[in-house]
Design a protein around this ligand. Structure first.
Ligand SMILES: *[C@@H]1O[C@H](CO)[C@@H](O)[C@H](O)[C@H]1NC(C)=O
Ligand SMILES: *[C@@H]1O[C@H](CO)[C@@H](O)[C@H](O)[C@H]1NC(C)=O
Ligand SMILES: *[C@@H]1O[C@H](CO)[C@@H](O)[C@H](O)[C@H]1NC(C)=O
Ligand SMILES: *[C@@H]1O[C@H](CO)[C@@H](O)[C@H](O)[C@H]1NC(C)=O
Ligand SMILES: *[C@@H]1O[C@H](CO)[C@@H](O)[C@H](O)[C@H]1NC(C)=O
Ligand SMILES: *[C@@H]1O[C@H](CO)[C@@H](O)[C@H](O)[C@H]1NC(C)=O
Ligand SMILES: *[C@@H]1O[C@H](CO)[C@@H](O)[C@H](O)[C@H]1NC(C)=O
Length: 807
């Protein structure tokens, strides 16, 4: 009965919302807040015959198609909803050599999720049919650098083979709708890494080579999978010449494991090897070629005897494995290979080019590096620019301290690293001089590979425009100053944007590996603070939080960190600054925005909140607030005023965070609810909103002494932000992630805007713009209608009201 009642009342409400809407239903446009790259490119794949038809896959941001007419990569998977977040990662791409319009994507980030699918397109990824996969995928797991696992049979249009991680070798005969097991496959190797690649021999129907990620793991069938044998003569042991053993460090596998394979037109099967699946942790490897006619194997690993210029230094530990591999489709004896995890240097990872099937090599990275780099291969920072000259300055990483073992910053000032995790490499089939290589952060390209033949450095540029695969961790949009947006991202620190459409320099030192928290002083918008893990022991202050009085040009480290927090803390929590810019509160209790992205959600020792008025020389523990909470923020207008809604209690401080007065929820009009981040108005003291999930939005105009619910039944607000109002006289626009009705279109999960303080709502995003969900949103106090959408793998998007342009 009760349910019926709800439904009955829900329907007229939804209709009334649309009909009486005071909130104007504008059309929106969606554009990236540009970083360009920002994460690991796991594969670059070209159609063998169609000019300029390239795809790039990423571990947590899906797949992109290159558009040469627009000179950028086009994201193909933005329709993925929050519920399907796990699908926003591409395990493998397969193209049909006979039909350039066909595209198959194997989607799924983690083996811990059952949600995996095949996306099948007959229009190059404009639209997809989606079929749930009866096996798990791991686009962000170990071994994601290898492949391709998925392949189309060149003799049978609808037949695909998939080398899975833990379900063996599978075949689909109906274009990825259904799958059957190749039960005769001798090494299903159900270890979570499984089969790395499947290669059809286009000259011989029924012949397929399959590489499993174990020593001796290459198998061949000549009868379409009925019978199999291990390819004879595979390297099963380590070549003594490549091994160096400092402190008894042995290779991690008994023999080389096949990472990638390419079957060239002349019947040569080139294979790269390493002792670990990658992308990190490989210590040894090699490159071999198998003559499929004579069944002879040859070791063609680049080394001191066969490469030029000669190695900068004798190989030290780790010598590195090999993974990246591409063969020129116009010349089967021209190929590039790239070493993996030869880090720390010297020398770092190198790309090698051979024109004679691997008998001799040119060290492309060394030839590309200016003299006197000491073996740390890199591009001059000026080369970190798009072909049109637009700089991508953040790739300097500010020459900060290394992080994460395979650190991004170049140790040589003036250079950006040639790359690391360069496992995706491609000699463009339609232009043999055009080579692209992915890194842990971007895509580099050159149009002059052949310069290397003359020992001249090719010209390199960044070819990552359109790719945005970072993870949003913090956003702030000050009410004044030069920047519309300050960002904190996973892995790559943070940025400030005057112009949202061009890549910006990274925030200066201290460089954070993640930037978890940001705030600005409401009456001094150029005063900003940020916090994040840095992994480096600074001797002149706390490396985990910094302060800027000039909008982020220059930064001062806090003198000390709050108690309980030190180098190595993976997430420093939340930091808030009062309207005057003098009182700063730091609480190490963290908000988990992206529970599925394990690497950046490691819990930390929770302590605080503490407050400082002297930039961290002293930290004071307040009275009246004993809860360790991330839900703490400052009033934007009235100095010395902080708010917290934690463990069902409202806390108000009016002495700069030294003491708090506690209000029990029910006495001030708030429902029983765990807690939420207080969202304070940017131009009115004492006005605050709280998003209380299914209970809707609560609002106060008197510092939280009295609250009222402003939303009607059916409004569920997971995240809330405010931005400039529709008119000068009106209050701010409200934005939520959630739903605004219990039935009808407005009951769908999405981003909504209200221009009348929560009474009526319109949808901001649509089904095509879901990005796997948004765990944070940020309004802009200066631009009506604009909302920044923080995603977990597609960077930050800004949604603006569409304006009719005259052009
Ligand atoms: C396929 O067969 C192999 C062994 O033949 C087995 O290990 C694997 O689990 C099977 N996969 C499925 C999905 O049943
Ligand atoms: C493979 O071996 C055959 C037979 O010995 C030989 O004719 C052919 O040239 C070899 N192919 C390559 C790519 O070396
Ligand atoms: C490499 O090692 C050899 C023999 O140990 C030594 O003679 C040579 O100088 C070394 N080369 C470099 C560049 O260090
Ligand atoms: C590389 O190719 C570009 C475009 O064709 C050309 O402008 C440039 O001069 C070339 N650079 C070198 C070093 O050959
Ligand atoms: C920082 O110092 C601590 C304690 O001295 C030490 O254990 C840790 O390894 C150091 N971390 C780095 C990144 O140097
Ligand atoms: C966690 O923080 C508390 C309070 O500052 C401190 O006493 C404790 O030693 C810390 N624990 C760790 C593991 O750092
Ligand atoms: C903080 O707010 C979140 C909702 O955003 C809530 O789940 C959590 O329980 C709150 N924490 C505290 C300590 O109140």
């Amino acid at each position: 009965m009760q349910l019926k009642n709800v439904l009955y009342r829900g329907l007229p409400f939804a209709v009334a919302t649309i009909a009486a809407a005071k909130t104007i239903n504008h059309a929106y446009e969606f554009n990236p807040v540009v970083v360009s790259g920002g994460g690991y490119i796991t594969g670059i794949i070209a159609h063998p015959t169609e000019k300029d038809l390239l795809y790039a896959r990423t571990d947590i941001g899906g797949t992109y198609r290159w558009s040469s007419s627009e000179d950028k990569w086009i994201p193909l998977n933005d329709f993925i909803s929050a519920a399907d977040e796990n699908l926003l990662g591409t395990e493998s791409i397969a193209l049909d050599p006979n039909d350039p319009d066909r595209l198959y994507l194997a989607q799924g980030r983690y083996l811990s999720s059952e949600n995996a699918a095949l996306f099948v397109s007959s229009d190059r990824g404009e639209t997809f049919d989606i079929y749930p996969a009866p096996f798990k995928m791991g686009a962000n797991e170990l071994g994601r650098n290898n492949g391709e696992r998925l392949a189309v049979n060149p003799f049978k249009a609808d037949e695909l083979w998939m080398g899975t991680r833990d379900a063996g070798l599978l075949v689909s005969e109906d274009g990825a709708r259904s799958w059957r097991n190749v039960t005769g496959f001798p090494n299903a190797n159900a270890n979570g890494i499984g089969i790395f690649w499947v290669i059809f021999d286009p000259r011989s129907e029924g012949t397929v080579y399959v590489g499993v990620g174990v020593p001796g793991g290459i198998y061949v069938t000549k009868d379409s999978g009925e019978t199999w044998k291990a390819v004879p003569g595979q390297p099963l042991e380590w070549d003594e010449d490549v091994l160096v053993f400092p402190e008894e460090a042995q290779p991690q596998s008994t023999g080389p494991q096949p990472m990638k394979g390419v079957l060239a037109e002349n019947g040569a099967l080139y294979v790269t090897y390493a002792d670990a699946p990658g992308p990190y942790g490989a210590t040894y490897g090699g490159v071999y070629v198998y003559n499929t006619t004579s069944t002879e194997w040859t070791n063609i690993t680049p080394n001191a005897d066969n490469s030029s210029p000669p190695p900068f230094d004798n190989q030290t530990f780790p010598a590195g494995g090999f993974c990246g591999l591409s063969v020129d489709s116009k010349d089967p004896e021209t190929l590039v290979v790239v070493s993996l995890d030869r880090d720390p240097g010297p020398a770092l990872d190198s790309m090698y080019l051979s024109r004679d099937g691997g008998r001799s090599w040119k060290d492309v990275s060394q030839i590309s590096t200016p003299p006197r780099s000491g073996g740390y291969w890199g591009h001059p920072i000026e080369e970190a620019a798009f072909k049109d000259g637009t700089a991508v300055p953040w790739l300097s990483f500010n020459w900060g301290p290394q992080w994460g073992g395979y650190g991004a910053p170049s140790p040589v000032r003036g250079l950006t690293k040639f790359g690391w995790w360069m496992t995706a490499v491609l000699i463009d089939p339609s232009d043999s001089d055009h080579v692209l290589h992915g890194t842990g952060a971007t895509i580099w390209a050159t149009d002059n590979l052949s310069s290397v033949d003359k020992n001249q450095a090719p010209d390199w540029y960044i070819q990552a425009q359109g790719i945005e695969e970072s993870v949003a961790l913090a956003m702030a949009s000050p009410n004044g100053g030069n920047s519309h947006l300050l960002t904190g991202l996973g892995d790559i620190n943070g940025y400030r944007y005057g112009d949202l459409d061009v890549p910006q320099p990274m925030f200066e030192l201290p460089v954070f590996s993640n930037l978890n928290a940001l705030d600005w002083a409401g009456q001094k918008p150029e005063t900003i603070i940020r916090a994040g893990p840095c992994g480096h022991n600074y001797t002149d202050g706390c490396g985990l939080a910094a302060y800027s009085a000039d909008g982020g040009s220059s930064w001062t480290k806090f003198a000390t960190c709050i108690p309980g927090i030190e180098t190595g803390t993976p997430n420093p929590g939340v930091i808030a600054i009062d309207a005057s810019g003098k009182n700063i509160v730091w609480s190490s209790a963290m908000t988990t925005y992206w529970p599925t992205l394990q690497a950046i959600t490691t819990r930390t020792n929770e302590s605080g909140p503490y407050v400082t008025t002297d930039l961290g020389q002293t930290w004071v523990s307040p009275t009246g607030l004993n809860v360790q909470t991330p839900n703490i923020s400052a009033d934007r207008v009235q100095p010395r005023t902080f708010y917290s809604f934690s463990d069902g209690t409202w806390y108000l401080s009016r002495d700069g965070g030294l003491s708090y007065r506690a209000f029990e929820a029910k006495e001030i009009g708030l429902p029983a609810y765990s807690g939420a981040m207080p969202i304070a108005n940017f131009n009115r003291a004492g006005e605050v909103w709280l998003a209380l999930g299914d209970l809707g939005i609560y609002h106060t105009r008197n510092f939280g002494k009295r609250w009222s619910k402003i939303t009607e039944r059916g409004v569920a607000a997971r995240h809330l932000t405010i931005g400039a109002g529709a008119r000068r006289s009106s209050g701010p626009a409200l934005f939520i992630v959630g739903k605004v009705a219990s039935r009808g279109p407005l009951s769908e999960d999405g981003v909504y805007r209200s221009d009348d303080n929560g009474k009526t709502w319109v949808r901001v995003n649509d089904e095509k713009h879901q990005y796997g969900g948004m765990a944070m949103i940020q309004g802009d106090p200066r631009v009506y209608g604009r909302v920044y959408l923080g995603t977990g793998g597609r960077g930050i998007i800004y949604a603006d009201i569409k304006t009719k342009r005259e052009d």
